[in-house]
Design a protein around this ligand. Structure first.
Ligand code: 13P
Length: 249
């Protein structure tokens, strides 16, 4: 049985005080949602206050990126140890916006994932094809490459610690959610890649989240798919009522 995950990715939204107010508003819903893992990925300056607000609840706080070195001359970067020191438990790695705007590659996804795991953070590793890649019929090749180069070199015990997220780039922020059939086909492929590399038991246990225009109105149907184990939600995670509705789905 895979515990479904509802993860909000706030991207570059919400100050420290806004984050704390959101977590306070979510608390009653979260307390009743014992069959869900709830994660909020806040921007760096809001992480500490989100962690404090979530203290004693089942809400976990995630960063949206990290550097693979533990310290050093890397202006503007944040290390895994800095995140665990303030109480973060998760970190998003390889989001398509990082790939598109900040030069993230499968190679750096691998390094960041290793650094997160070594510090005890749970990586949420994102993969997904662009519209051009899908229309050219390359979805399977792209997902295979991103999986193999991003997480395929891990040890099985390391792979067992992470969460995968399938986020088709054409569905992010566009209102164009993947149909359950399209999403399930990609999730099934990712799980079969995991079987091939890490074995049936690790593959059966790994949670694979869907992300891309998830809303309370479409999430229920996506969650009924055999290989969809939750959502990584952008826009609909910013409002506490809408995020609470997703948690209750
Ligand atoms: P939207 O839910 O806004 O489409 O964003 C999805 C996403 O990128 C989550 O990481």
């Amino acid at each position: 049985m895979r515990l479904p995950v509802i993860a909000g990715n706030w991207k570059m939204h919400k100050t420290a005080s806004e984050a704390a107010a959101f977590v306070d508003a979510l608390r009653p819903t979260a307390e009743r949602a014992l069959n869900r893992e709830i994660i909020i990925a806040a921007a760096f300056p809001a992480l500490a206050s989100a962690v404090r607000a979530a203290d004693g609840t089942n809400i976990r706080i995630s960063a949206q990126n990290l550097h693979w070195e533990s310290q050093g001359a890397y202006t503007g970067e944040v290390s895994a140890g800095m995140l665990t020191a303030i109480g973060c438990t998760h970190v998003i790695i390889g989001h398509s916006e990082r790939r598109q705007y900040f030069g993230e590659t499968d190679g750096t996804v691998h390094l960041r994932t290793l650094a997160a795991l070594e510090s005890g953070l749970t990586p949420i590793v994102c993969v997904g094809e662009t519209l051009d890649q899908r229309e050219a019929g390359h979805t399977e090749t792209v997902l295979r490459e991103q999986f193999t180069a991003g997480v395929g070199q891990l040890e099985t015990v390391q792979f067992e610690q992470l969460i995968l997220a399938y986020e088709p780039v054409w569905a992010i922020g566009t209102g164009r959610t993947a149909t359950p059939e399209i999403a399930e086909a990609s999730h099934k492929l990712l799980r079969s890649l995991a079987v091939g590399r890490f074995g049936a038991s690790a593959a059966a246990a790994v949670r694979i989240l869907y992300g891309g225009s998830v809303k309370p109105s479409n999430f229920g149907e996506l969650l009924t798919c055999e290989n969809i184990d939750g959502g990584l939600v952008g826009g609909a995670s910013l409002d506490p009522d809408s995020f609470a509705a997703l948690v209750r789905t």
